[in-house]
Write a protein that binds this ligand. Structure first.
Ligand code: TTP
Ligand code: MG
Length: 355
């Protein structure tokens, strides 16, 4: 059987690159896309930044106030999601046309199965180069591509030579490619698992691949077995061609931490209205409503409720949201952030449960 040839395409500094394209005067300067820094007092986070800004230590998810401290002269721009979504869908259309199977993973990344389109890795490499050139010509953006015999290796490879990279890992090189990489590059190995593995003396994927699997199982349960397999580059998962959303959500960070009940409930109304609209506009109904609350000290809670009737009226929904919020409103601590999520989605016409 000929090996599978999978590629993973990931746009470089996506939001920031789109902004640079739209504002050529920013080219070469550090660009940070995210919340308003408000002269260092802003309370949101960095969505992303270009590679120039990364040289100052700025990163996605970092408080915008910290980014501001790291480089006050960077160009700070607000998030224009509508524009990025449009550019993303143009790019996805281009990518889809190259593969036999296509799976979009997020706004700026997708897998393609080239096993039937290309005879071997050399031919696939040429296709990958053509894809990069096509995206650059049509959307004036660069991407990084990883190629491997499965999704796991392709995904790790796309990150290997960012930006504007192309990393090809043929089957016989998989183990030697992975061996020196840190274990946190594997999906599912977050901060805690990484720390635990390091404690056990396991830092690289090579060390993980040769670690006693029974011990890993003892420590991490069935995930331990999966970590062991992944470290050896084993992944049999297929591309999932159509991704249906699992939930819709929105959050709001207050300008100032608050315990003003009216302000909080008004914000809940607002978030609820938007989330329900997002959900309906995408053709879904939902069964579960979740409220998230983060206090000033970052302690975070979520509470969920199943909605008794699918076609609940806006007032009933509000009532449920208020009830979910109630236990948090009397706290002596102020509230920093609230969020609303709807899940257990039902396709509106077919009434089909997706989760
Ligand atoms: P990424 O692909 O993780 O990051 P990137 O494209 O900006 O940079 P690169 O791939 O070159 O490392 O995420 C894609 C987009 O998703 C990113 O441009 C902005 C958005 N995003 C957030 O809004 N918040 C986040 O915490 C992250 C990681 C990404
Ligand atoms: Mg990216």
């Amino acid at each position: 059987m000929s090996p599978r040839i999978i590629i993973h395409v990931d746009l470089d500094a996506f939001y920031a690159a789109v902004e640079e394209r739209e504002h050529p005067e920013c080219k070469g300067k550090p660009v940070v896309v995210g919340a308003d820094p408000k002269g260092g007092r802003g309370r949101g986070v960095v969505s992303t930044c270009n590679y120039e800004a990364r040289q100052f230590g700025i990163r996605s998810g970092m408080p915008i106030s910290k980014a501001w401290r790291l480089n006050k002269n960077a160009v700070f721009l607000p998030v224009n999601l509508e524009l990025y979504e449009k550019v993303s869908s143009n790019i996805m259309r281009v990518l889809r046309s190259y593969g036999d199977k296509f799976e979009q993973v997020s706004i700026d990344e997708a897998f393609l199965d080239l096993s039937k389109t290309a005879r071997d890795f050399e031919e696939a490499r040429k296709l990958a180069e053509a894809i990069k050139a096509d995206v650059l010509e049509k959307e004036k953006l660069t991407c990084s591509i990883g190629m491997g015999p499965n999704k796991l290796v392709a995904k790790i490879a796309s990150d290997h030579q960012k930006p504007n990279g192309l990393t090809v890992v043929i089957e016989k090189d998989v183990e030697s490619f992975l061996a020196p990489l840190p274990v946190h590059k594997l999906p599912g190995i977050g901060v805690k698992t990484n720390a635990k593995l390091n404690e056990m003396g396991v830092r690289t994927m090579g060390e993980l691949a040769s670690y006693d699997v029974a011990r890993l199982r003892e420590e991490f349960g069935v995930s331990g077995i999966s970590f062991h397999q992944m470290a050896q580059g084993v992944d049999r998962s297929e591309l999932v061609e159509e991704r249906l959303p699992k939930s819709f959500s929105r959050e709001h960070t207050f300008e100032e931490d608050t315990s003003d009940k009216r302000l909080i409930l008004t914000k809940i109304d607002d978030l609820l209205e938007r989330v329900v609209r997002d959900c309906k506009e995408n053709g879904f109904n939902f069964k579960t409503l979740t409220l998230k609350i983060r206090y000033q000290d970052f302690e975070t809670h979520t509470r969920s409720r199943t909605i008794p009737r699918l076609a609940a009226m806006p007032d009933q929904l509000k009532q449920v949201a208020y009830e979910l919020a109630e236990p948090f409103l009397g706290s002596h601590k102020k509230i920093r952030l609230i969020g609303i999520k709807v899940s257990t989605l039902i396709v509106q016409d077919k009434q089909k449960t997706l989760i």
